[in-house]
Write a protein that binds this ligand. Structure first.
Ligand SMILES: [Zn+2]
Ligand SMILES: [Zn+2]
Length: 89
């Protein structure tokens, strides 16, 4: 009997650094995304703007709405819909 290579399930390491673009002033800002929750609020770092950024309709968080990356939850579980994702938290 030969020992077969055990298949190790691939653990997805979500990317946590996103570049969020303010929808008001278009300032790009480096943001570290929270790994375990959806962020529904972000304040623009541009002192002349200071916009209160909230998610677009149908998006789960500010990162899925305005950043160059999907949030960690979506990266790990891209097929889950928002309701499923929210219920996991
Ligand atoms: Zn701004
Ligand atoms: Zn998201």
């Amino acid at each position: 009997m030969t020992e077969e290579n055990q298949e190790i399930p691939e653990v997805i390491q979500p990317e946590l650094n996103a570049v969020l673009t303010c929808p008001d002033c278009e300032t790009k800002q480096d943001v570290l995304m929270p790994e375990t929750k959806f962020q529904h609020y972000y304040k623009c770092i541009n002192e002349e703007c200071m916009a209160d950024i909230t998610p677009l309709t149908g998006k789960c968080c500010v990162f899925c709405s305005y950043s160059d990356k999907l949030c960690p939850q979506k990266q790990v579980n891209p097929n889950a819909d928002e309701k499923t994702l929210h219920s996991l938290i």
